[in-house]
Design a protein around this ligand. Structure first.
Ligand SMILES: *Cc1c(COP(=O)(O)O)cnc(C)c1O
Length: 424
């Protein structure tokens, strides 16, 4: 892709951007009397304008109907969660029966580990990535201890080679091979939250299966960010949250994927609840569960309608925009950001910015992680100028231009502000 270094060029890219209209469907926070340059959709996505109406609809129906809302609300609460499987399956590349909106991310990871981490004396190890998100470590460590093993022995962390910042696929495959006798599970982030590296899920899943291990993914930073084909890639299970790229609100309802081949398998145990019972027999209140043979079998409780309402508003936007088009724009937008950062490095002595994220677009989503010596001062300065980015100790600024509401102009202005901060 050919880029130019002028504001006019950025403005013309926005002009020809077929997704540009979607920005108007979000509330853009204001700072210093103008729209913020909001590059933290990877942490908390912005509010869809329609979210408010969707929530108010449920509050109104609750106010006017009380318990009758379960059946007679405009969107009956009894089945409120059902349209989500269609909406989510398009985003993660699954069959609708393989996805369900439920619970919260870390809790869902535990429920999935109950099903897919069943260690034996000989096969008890879990492979995960170094610099995984802390909650994922805590979930894995505590599961390992719960089963009577020691994390130091059972949790294998694969990191980058000395002097490198991303993890080589060949090293992941080699480690899987190395532990082939004892590996029970490979569990990685789809996209690493710190470096923005997008793992080769298909290849890694195949390697895990070759040695007799399951492969599951925490897609917190992948869902709504990169195209996924969980079904075709034969992924065993996955979980994600909805408040990052999916723009569904703080602490919003999360989601899971369980591959079809496991949904009907009676040998896979689960922790169950009444919402895992098929709807037509659920209210017979029988002693024994009549479980779904879909991912909904993992569902425990009745749907959190008030947090599902903004989720619906957000997912409807995704289904109108389409993941393919979003990805196309995302590759351009992040490519343009990378280009502008290279220009800054050319202008300043010593190339002050090191990009930790892979340069190959097929190994990253929209985020770039910028390592800058003395970066905290730079971060504070750009924050004062209206940039909303994310600071990670000791020296990393994470920026994520997202294709639904960020513009090429945002990228241009961000890099001007960054250049000024670095010069001062
Ligand atoms: C954001 C994130 C979480 C957060 O977990 P919650 O249970 O939603 O609080 C966990 N893991 C990863 C990889 C994340 O990026």
């Amino acid at each position: 892709m050919h880029f130019e270094d002028s504001l006019d060029f950025a403005v013309s890219l926005d002009h020809y951007d077929e997704l540009a209209g979607f920005r108007k469907e979000f509330h853009i926070p204001r700072m210093h009397g103008r729209d913020a340059i909001y590059f933290t959709g990877n942490s908390l996505g912005l509010q869809p304008i329609k979210a408010r109406d969707y929530v108010l609809q449920e509050l109104e129906d609750w106010k006017n109907l009380g318990v009758e809302g379960h059946l007679h609300a405009k969107n009956p609460w009894f089945s409120y969660h059902e349209p989500f499987k269609e909406l989510l399956s398009g985003i993660v590349g699954a069959k609708p029966e393989e996805t369900v909106a439920m619970g919260s991310l870390t809790a869902n990871l535990h429920f999935l580990l109950v099903s897919f981490y069943r260690p034996t004396r000989h096969r008890f190890r879990i492979l995960c990535e170094k610099k995984s998100f802390p909650s994922d470590y805590y979930a894995l460590d505590s599961q390992v201890r719960y089963h009577g093993f020691e994390p130091a022995d059972a949790v294998i962390e694969i990191g980058p080679r000395e002097g490198e910042s991303i993890i080589r696929t060949e090293d992941i495959l080699q480690t899987i091979e190395q532990y082939k006798e004892s590996l029970a599970l490979v569990m990685l982030g789809g996209v690493n939250y710190y470096t923005g590296q997008w793992f080769d899920i298909k290849t890694i899943t195949e390697a895990a299966h070759r040695v007799g291990a399951f492969a599951g993914y925490d897609l917190a930073h992948a869902v709504g960010n990169v195209p996924l084909s969980l079904h075709d890639w034969q992924v065993d299970f996955a979980a994600w949250c909805s408040y990052k790229y999916l723009n569904s609100g703080p602490g919003g309802v999360a989601g899971i994927f369980v591959h079809e081949k496991h949904c009907k398998n009676k040998n896979i145990p689960r922790f169950e609840g009444w919402w895992g019972n098929k709807p037509n027999s659920r209210f017979k209140m029988e002693r024994t569960i009549d479980a779904f043979e879909t991912a909904e079998a993992w569902q425990l409780s009745n749907a959190p309608v008030l947090s599902m309402a903004p989720h619906r508003a957000a997912l409807e936007i995704f289904s109108r925009a389409g993941m393919d088009k979003l990805r196309n724009k995302s590759v351009k937008l992040t490519g343009y950001l990378e280009y502008r950062i290279q220009k800054i490095n050319e202008q300043l002595s010593g190339s002050p910015i090191q990009i930790l994220t892979p340069a190959d677009p097929s190994q990253r989503g929209c985020q770039l992680s910028l390592e800058i010596n003395g970066g905290k001062k730079v971060f504070d300065q750009i924050s004062e100028k209206g940039v909303v980015a994310d600071w990670r100790e000791p020296s990393v600024i994470r920026v994520a231009p997202v294709p639904l509401y960020n513009t090429f102009r945002d990228v241009y202005e961000f890099s001007e502000i960054l250049l000024q901060a670095l010069k001062s």
